[in-house]
Design a protein around this ligand. Sequence first.
Ligand code: TYM
Length: 332
Amino acid sequence: MDEKKVMLSGIQPSGDLHLGNYLGAIKNWAARTEEFECYYFMADMHTITVRQTPADLRRRTLEQLAQYIACGLDPEKNTLFIQSHVPQHAELGWVLNCYTMFGELSRMTQFKDKSAKHKDNINGGLFTYPALMAADILLYQPDFVPVGEDQKQHVELTRNIVQRFNGVYGDVFKMPEPYIPKAGARVMGLTTPDSKMSKSIPEGCVFLMERPEDIQRKFKRAITDSDTENPVRYDPASKPGVANLMNIYSAVTGKSFDKIEEEFAGQGYGKFKPAVGEAVVETLRPIREEATRILADKAYLESVYKAGAEKASYVANKTLRKVYKKVGFVAR
Ligand code: TYM
């Protein structure tokens, strides 16, 4: 029998999970459980590139795990772990730092954005973050890395590192590919349709654990435009707010843009916005209920992340040993 292909991805527990994380990443992961060998983690080491309140980081890491499971990631079939529990990430991260160029790191959009936002804390970790992300990926030799559009640049950089490293030492790392969903790859803020949905603008950000009435309120206040002729139609350049809502509606219902235009033909935003809100509420309701239930069982969560770290460590160590040997470190 052919071996299953490998998938790997992670999310920073820097804030509560939101609709962008769900549609851009997690939804895509859960759908692929049977087909792939899957590794998903809480990227807590990345999170401290920006100052965190320790107790919040700890709480959110566990909440994120409960939400992964509630989104359909069965821990029996997926390896779910906390990044800092697998020390090989930091170890390979250092090695890959030495194979990542200053110029490459300087071009990263996430670095530019975050250093503009946190001017008082432009630390070395924020700058070299993509080398750690490359290590996260390459330790598990994945075929695919399912992420939203904004992380594509980091996966491309990882591919450059693979080429550089393998060019010197032979076939050490498998070349990974970004795996980006058709609908939901770039969910924009409901109040800022020109920038991605992110927790930093909470009014336009829908969180997975939010109450239905709050979600509805955010959708009702979503920015659209003053078009009354033919309002619900897909035209991202001149109607970015509507395109974003259509994109969200399409991602949660599976309907095409043509179908959505047909469904709302002759109707205004007063009908359209609450319909999108309702579809999102119904998608998130079972996730929220299940996550609340799982989060109450701390012993279960602990058993999941411990087993996950053990399995991840075993696989990661194989790659790390190979790398250490190649670069000339004496075997332990
Ligand atoms: P992070 O934590 O910012 O986001 C996690 C995932 O959610 C996706 N995403 C979005 N997708 C669509 N629309 C949005 N508005 C939106 N916002 C976020 C992201 O693309 C991502 O897939 N560096 C990564 C975390 C990471 C990682 C890794 C990912 C660390 N190591 C290894 C993959 C493999 C990050 O900061 O994602």
